[in-house]
Design a protein around this ligand. Structure first.
Ligand SMILES: [Zn+2]
Ligand SMILES: [Zn+2]
Length: 126
């Protein structure tokens, strides 16, 4: 089950993020719809040469070190007999996202004004 998190800032920035995984997180077709085109391409290529045993798809709260964008970053992990490969989408600006851990304890700057964001769990999804 996934979680819904809301980020708010005193500058009126307000955004909802999905994190974790839903009920269909081990479904390849669903996983394919989560990632961007570039990542999907890499996944298809991997699937051509590896025999898929398992899929895990989940969302992480992540930020871009270049433009400060914050997003629910999809990460798809594909498992074959002996290989585990992670696929992550990157930011529109071309930088890889880094995953934000412990946003309730650590400071995360607002993408608009750079003040610290306030995070709150607002619900769950599946
Ligand atoms: Zn960026
Ligand atoms: Zn702000």
């Amino acid at each position: 089950m996934g979680q819904l998190i809301q980020a708010t800032c005193s500058c009126s920035y307000k955004e909802d993020f999905y994190i974790g995984s839903g009920l269909l997180s081990s479904n390849l077709q669903i996983a394919k719809t989560m990632v961007d085109e570039n990542t999907l391409d890499q996944m298809e290529k991997w699937l051509e040469i590896n025999e898929l045993k398992n899929v895990k798809a989940e969302y992480f709260l992540a930020s871009c070190g270049t433009c400060g964008n914050i997003t629910s970053m999809p990460q798809v992990t594909l498992f074959s007999q002996d290989i585990v490969k992670e696929f992550k989408s990157s930011c529109d600006c071309g930088t890889n996202y880094h995953i934000l851990e412990d946003v309730f304890k650590k400071c995360t700057p607002c993408p608009v004004c750079k003040e610290n964001l306030h995070f709150e769990k607002t619900g769950s999804w599946d």
